[in-house]
Design a protein around this ligand. Structure first.
Ligand code: DC
Length: 244
């Protein structure tokens, strides 16, 4: 590896906390808040699968194509920026696509792209490039198993399918997108099945992951728990609630 920002001056790799789990388990929100607390970088790897799916659809590339999808993944031109009031702006090929990639249609297409080993291969380098000082919180399905298997803290978050559908419903409503709760629950169950059963990097917890079942936990309780784990395992961030 080159002497870039992924290593500090002593040649140590920037620390990574991986947060994996099924959709709606709270990974995205919790990872963003934890990264903000620590002043670390954030990798929303699901957004990369969504971006790749969108780019493929726009170019008329089939979601099960191999070579074309892998090349497209390697050439993705994406930027994650913070917009007004700390909101996230995702820019692809110079165009803001933050809203577009969160649609159910794009989520479905992303899940199909994610089942494609060539597409997954194509996204590996881009994901690893997010590991920069002072540290990274990486959110996804295979962060602890495939992308950062040596991460010093791996967390697997989950919650019941009903609770995950309710959270997703609320999230969509806040964005002004209408959705049917029962349909969301069955779409979530179907997507989970596809993510778990795919041959390439299925959604499974790493052997050394800490499991958190978040159905009855608030977001701040989950963030505080991850903060405590990071403080005890990595010696970062002090204690939750204490100034750093
Ligand atoms: O987390 P999300 O809903 O934005 O993810 C979109 C899709 O991408 C979802 O079907 C799971 C898949 N995905 C994956 O296979 N591996 C990742 N590291 C992240 C997401």
């Amino acid at each position: 590896m080159g002497k870039d920002m992924t290593e500090d001056q002593a040649g140590r790799l920037a620390p990574v906390i991986t947060v994996d789990g099924p959709s709606g388990a709270g990974k995205g929100t919790v990872s963003r808040l934890l990264a903000q607390r620590f002043g670390w970088h954030l990798l929303d790897s699901g957004a990369l699968y969504r971006l790749l799916a969108l780019a493929a659809m726009e170019r008329g590339i089939a979601l099960d194509a191999e070579q074309a999808l892998e090349s497209l993944a390697r050439e993705l031109d994406v930027r994650f920026e913070s917009g007004e009031g700390g909101s996230e702006r995702i820019v692809m090929d110079g165009r803001e696509v933050s809203g577009e990639i969160r649609s159910e249609e794009c989520g479905e297409a992303a899940s199909r792209v994610a089942a494609n080993p060539a597409a997954r291969r194509g996204l590996v380098a881009l994901q690893r490039a997010f590991r920069k000082a002072p540290g990274l919180v990486a959110d996804g399905r295979d962060m602890g198993t495939v992308i950062f298997p040596e991460a010093p803290l791996k967390v697997f978050l989950t919650a019941s399918a009903g609770e995950r559908a309710r959270r997703r419903h609320k999230q969509l409503k806040e964005k002004g997108i209408s959705a049917n709760l029962a349909e969301l629950e069955s779409a979530i169950a179907e997507r989970d099945r596809r993510d778990r059963e795919r041959a390439s990097s299925p959604l499974v917890p790493a052997d050394d992951a800490v499991h958190l079942y978040t159905t009855r936990m608030s977001i701040s309780e989950v963030v505080d728990e991850l903060h405590r784990l990071a403080a005890s395992r990595l010696g970062v961030g002090g204690s939750p609630g204490e100034p750093e």
